[in-house]
Design a protein around this ligand. Structure first.
Ligand SMILES: Cc1cc2nc3c(=O)[nH]c(=O)nc-3n(C[C@H](O)[C@H](O)[C@H](O)COP(=O)(O)OP(=O)(O)OC[C@H]3O[C@@H](n4cnc5c(N)ncnc54)[C@H](O)[C@@H]3O)c2cc1C
Length: 405
């Protein structure tokens, strides 16, 4: 590259960086804009979103779905789901809204979302340099000197849209955060979120691969912190599924985290007790292994029985004592799993923590510490629940950043 001087350098060609580049260039086509991307291709993370279908926003988007020190209220006021869908419609992307307000491309292909963004990048003559990791930025005079693995660049304005540490195989490295820290910003502690939660349980291994409708509640000791409903997935050593993922956004707040799984949320204790006594009568001559047949997955039924009695599974159901039936009813409504804090970013969809929200203007995304430095997307200390909220923030914050460059 002959000319290494730019009006704007954008670090990271993800959801927020690509939209920042588009909106900056649309505002002023004379600007020289360069996007630097550490990966060999732009937008790798977009491709893995929503199981390859990309849940790009949610029509119910509001502040309550976000966590962290960055206040999302002004962004969401200015940037509704409809505005984002209009932005994409103008690029040729047709979207549909599913149950619970989740918005997907009509083709259900995440690649379609990336393709329309890259087509616009090309139309606007924006240059993206891949395999180019930004290692250090120094502010000299009024400009930013950007040191990369492909040489040094200079820019009047710098956008750090470098994401976080989640899902390293799609670019989550945290390297960009070190660059921002070097420029003088505080980074609030980082932890993985929207990921499976490892639990300490003698029974979890036997439930591997099973899914069950349930209500899950995160407790700190005996204090309930958050409840979600949906499908719990049991893995070899963890609880997973969207409802569990949504508990992880506040998991670090719990010193003694416990997840309670309620497998019969539509029943009261008394109703469930009646149901179980009725089953004991109906299945009196069947074996304990089959006590829950027709109600729960066989392996869940066996784990429940083994939890409350030492009796062999070949014992007749009539041998269950009243006390054991009561224990079963309590367990079904409140099956407690002691949790470990999430430590591994490999399976995390997002990162909790990031650039301290108080240090960035929430209307323009300009740093309050370094003039002409802008920070947007997941690099900020903001994390949304599952359901399109994270991409909504990444896209919206990128577009607003571009408008303010
Ligand atoms: C498996 C998975 C599924 C998901 N599904 C959904 C979903 O359906 N809906 C939803 O709303 N959200 C979803 N998310 C979350 C969503 O993808 C992210 O919140 C969003 O992509 C963040 O966008 P971003 O631009 O801020 O960061 P990123 O997309 O992470 O982009 C940052 C880019 O910066 C580059 N970079 C970092 N440091 C440097 C550096 N030093 N130099 C150069 N380049 C650098 C990275 O390589 C990366 O490409 C999912 C995430 C994962 C991992």
């Amino acid at each position: 590259m002959n000319n290494t001087n730019f009006d704007i350098i954008i670090v990271g060609a993800g959801a927020s960086g690509l939209t920042a580049a588009i909106s900056a260039k649309r505002k002023n086509s004379n600007l020289k804009v360069l996007v630097l991307e550490a990966q060999n291709k732009p937008g790798k993370k977009i491709l893995v979103t929503g199981n390859g279908r990309c849940n790009l926003t949610n029509i119910n988007v509001s502040k309550e779905f976000y966590h962290g020190s960055f206040d999302t209220a002004p962004v969401l006021k200015r940037f509704s789901a409809q505005r984002l869908m209009d932005f994409f419609a103008a690029l040729g992307l047709v979207c549909d809204t599913e149950e619970n307000g989740l918005v997907y491309p009509h083709s259900r292909q995440a690649s379609a979302v990336l393709d329309v963004l890259l087509m616009e990048i090309k139309r606007l003559n924006i240059e993206i340099v891949c395999d180019c990791r930004v290692e250090l930025v120094r502010k000299k005079g009024g400009s930013f000197n950007v040191k990369t693995t492909k040489g040094e660049f200079v820019a009047k304005k710098l956008v750090m849209s470098c994401g976080g540490k989640a899902f390293p195989t799609a670019g989550g490295s945290g390297m960009g955060l070190d660059v921002i820290k070097n420029l003088g910003h505080k980074i609030t502690p980082l932890s993985p979120a929207l990921c499976p939660v490892q639990v300490k349980s003698d029974f979890i291994k036997s439930l591997k691969g099973i899914r069950a409708k349930a209500e899950v509640t995160l407790y700190d000791g005996s204090k309930a912190l958050k409840t979600e409903s949906g499908e719990v997935q049991f893995t070899e050593n963890a609880l997973s599924g969207i409802c569990v993922f949504n508990l992880t956004t506040i998991l670090p707040k719990a010193r003694n985290p416990i997840i309670s799984v309620n497998l019969a949320k539509d029943y009261t204790y008394i109703e469930l007790l009646n149901l179980l006594f009725e089953r004991k009568r109906l299945f009196a001559d069947e074996i304990l292994e089959d006590f829950f047949t027709g109600l729960f997955h066989k392996k869940i039924g066996i784990a429940l029985i083994k939890n409350v009695t030492q009796k062999p599974l070949s014992e007749k159901c009539r041998r269950l004592s009243d006390k054991e039936i009561k224990l079963l009813a309590s367990l079904i409504l409140d099956w407690k799993f002691e949790c470990r804090q999430c430590k591994d970013f490999a399976k995390a969809q997002v990162m909790l923590g990031g650039v301290n929200g108080d240090e960035v203007n929430r209307h323009t995304f300009e740093s309050r510490i370094v003039k002409n430095l802008f920070i947007c997307g997941e690099a900020l200390d903001v994390c949304g629940d599952c359901g399109g909220f994270n991409l909504h923030f990444a896209f919206a914050s990128g577009i607003i950043t571009g408008e303010n460059l």
